[in-house]
Design a protein around this ligand. Sequence first.
Ligand SMILES: [Zn+2]
Length: 102
Amino acid sequence: MKRVFFASDPAAAGFIQGVLENEGIQCMVKNRLLFGASGELPPTECWPEVWVMEDGDEDRAREIIEAVTAAGEEGPGWTCPGCGEQLDPVFTQCWNCGRERS
Ligand SMILES: [Zn+2]
């Protein structure tokens, strides 16, 4: 198994999982249940992580994730004009309703 993504929000991790599964890549989200439950850990220690089951899917999974996020982009988050969801800056598309970032 390989970790290909981690997110500051469980819903964002779930979105990535859904995108990968649509592409036929088996994956799972770790830490979803720990989110917000472990105040003693640094925040990044309990961020949800997306793992691919097959190591051979890692490169393809990363390409797919790059296509739906703007990897490495810094800056403030944005608010979806479609549904009002608060989104991390890495996302180019709303994971809640699918609307493109304007
Ligand atoms: Zn939206």
